[in-house]
Design a protein around this ligand. Structure first.
Ligand SMILES: [Zn+2]
Length: 95
């Protein structure tokens, strides 16, 4: 147990959805402990059900789907983050 990360196409049912990525409960705990259970952007305390996990560096920008590239955000920082990702995606598609 706890061995082997879920890769693309191998999603464990207990995994937490992270935008376009999935991380395991172990990885969720690693990220939360690293951040002291606070939003990495604004420092607001993170609450269960109101915590969003996003890739710090999106996959389209060369980011990896590993805990080191995942950050936990509060709902408002998550919204801001997703808006930025959409802008990045639009820039990529224009090329
Ligand atoms: Zn925040």
């Amino acid at each position: 147990m706890g061995s082997g990360r879920a890769g693309p196409g191998m999603v464990d049912p207990r995994d937490v959805p992270v935008g376009d990525v999935y991380i395991t409960l172990d990885e969720v705990r690693i990220v939360l402990d690293r951040q002291g259970r606070r939003c990495v952007r604004c420092g607001a305390p993170l609450r269960p059900g109101l915590t969003y996990f996003d890739l710090r560096r999106p996959v389209i920008c060369g980011g990896s789907r590993t805990p080191g590239n995942v950050e936990a955000l509060c709902p408002s920082c998550h919204r801001r983050h997703m808006r930025r990702i959409r802008e990045l995606l639009a820039m990529h598609q224009r090329r």
